[in-house]
Design a protein around this ligand. Structure first.
Ligand code: UD1
Ligand code: UDP
Length: 358
């Protein structure tokens, strides 16, 4: 049986790799799972939730870790993994430092790399940082490019990559499709919820202060709205979030949620404020508008289709668009019932079918 080595280490990679791993037996592949442990509390509960096998865990995470440290520990750890398992192909996902480091490890072992969610670009190496660099470098050493959309395929072609590109949709849509089936619908009361996530490195400091001030403005203006914010465990996010938002009775700062709870919150909320990549892909599946708290996005498909708005990080712009969503329900409804531009929820099958043929 051909062996696929799955390497991942953070929350979003787990959510997006899980449906491929679960699908492997149907395609006659043996999945070998190597966690880097770049995340810990935000990784292991997700691995358990999806009931994934774990063969290795490099367990590299340290409090307040730096990029040099993650990269070097992962690279060091990868050598013995390739010697021990001798896989036929390595799959990496997305744009984290785990993605690039494991891809590089596989390249050094001369094992072909398959990149899931390939071809996303902002073409600005500083935003998102370091993810744009990670994805560009991963593309250079990848053999099989599993791109979510036509847009991402065209991005690769512009860089001279023309072979072995497969348009599959994003596996995040597979995960939300499979998870939503298990969640009963709940009635929402008079109080409406804005769900928020915010963790990107380029938003640390001043942009976070602007974003959180906009949130305060919104709950002050709209007394029938509350905010629920599962705060990322990065100490730099936690500090600013608690300092600015920690003292308001309609702002609920909570621990990161397990995936099922988060999906439930997405379904029950009115709209979402987020700088997360995955959330931009998932929200259209349940018809929830997303205001993207970033200056640019590698996911223009949602903005073009009308499922998200790139509002940036200025207090004025965020409150302006959020106020419109709250006050103009025709505008609100225009976000709903648009076909999800990130896929139909069957990306995993397409990825494994492509690999079977190869
Ligand atoms: C990482 C990825 C980012 C991705 C995000 C998903 C890089 C450089 N960044 O960012 O692309 O969008 O994950 O969430 O790869 N921490 C914990 N427990 C955890 C996870 C994190 O305590 O389970 C704390 C630790 O102090 C850690 C810090 O958060 O040092 C930062 O984690 P890190 O993986 O370096 O960066 P993220 O901001 O999570
Ligand atoms: N998510 C979750 N619990 C939370 C916040 C997010 O399960 O408290 C999920 C969300 O549904 C999405 C993924 O985590 O699938 C996004 O991860 P994150 O925002 O950390 O990373 P990004 O997508 O920006 O790389």
């Amino acid at each position: 049986m051909k062996k696929i080595l799955f390497c991942f280490g953070t929350r979003p990679e787990t959510i997006k790799m899980a449906p491929i791993i679960k699908e492997c037996p149907k395609h006659g592949f043996e999945p070998i799972v190597c966690l880097t442990g770049q995340h810990r509390e935000m990784l292991l509960p997700f691995v358990e939730l999806f009931d994934l096998p774990v063969h290795e865990n490099l367990d590299v995470m340290t409090e307040g870790q730096g990029l040099y440290q993650i990269t070097s520990s992962v690279i060091q750890g990868m050598e013995k993994i390739f010697k021990k398992y001798n896989p036929d192909v390595t799959l990496v996902q997305g744009d984290t430092t785990t993605t690039f480091s494991c891809g590089l490890g596989s390249f050094y072992a001369k094992v072909p790399v398959g990149h899931v969610e390939a071809g996303l670009r902002t073409n600005n190496l500083m935003s998102p940082f370091p993810e744009e660099g990670n994805r560009q470098m991963t593309s250079r050493i990848t053999t099989y490019h599993f791109v979510p959309t036509e847009v991402s395929k065209a991005n690769l072609e512009r860089e001279g990559i023309t072979e072995n590109i497969f348009i599959t949709g994003n596996t995040s849509v597979d995960s939300i499709r499979l998870t939503l089936d298990k969640i009963p619908t709940e009635e929402s009361g008079d109080m409406k919820t804005i769900l928020m996530t915010c963790h990107r490195r380029e938003n640390f400091g001043k942009p976070h202060e602007e974003i959180f001030s906009a949130v305060l403005d919104l709950v002050e203006k709209h007394k029938n709205y509350k905010v629920k914010f599962p705060v990322h465990l990065n100490p730099l996010v936690k500090e600013t979030a608690h300092r600015i938002l920690g003292n308001h009775d309609r702002i609920d700062l909570v621990e990161p949620m397990d995936y099922i709870t988060f999906v439930k919150e997405m379904r029950n909320c009115d709209f979402i404020l987020s700088d997360s990549g995955g959330v931009q892909e998932e929200a259209p599946y349940i018809g929830k508008p997303v205001l993207v708290l970033r200056e640019n996005t590698e996911r223009p498909e949602g903005v073009d289709a009308g499922t998200s708005v790139l509002v940036g990080t200025s207090r004025e712009k965020i409150t302006e668009v959020a106020n419109r969503l709250i006050e103009d329900r025709n505008y609100y409804r225009s976000f709903q019932e648009i076909r999800n531009p990130y896929g139909d929820g069957f990306a995993s099958k397409k990825i494994l079918t492509a690999l079977e043929k190869l």
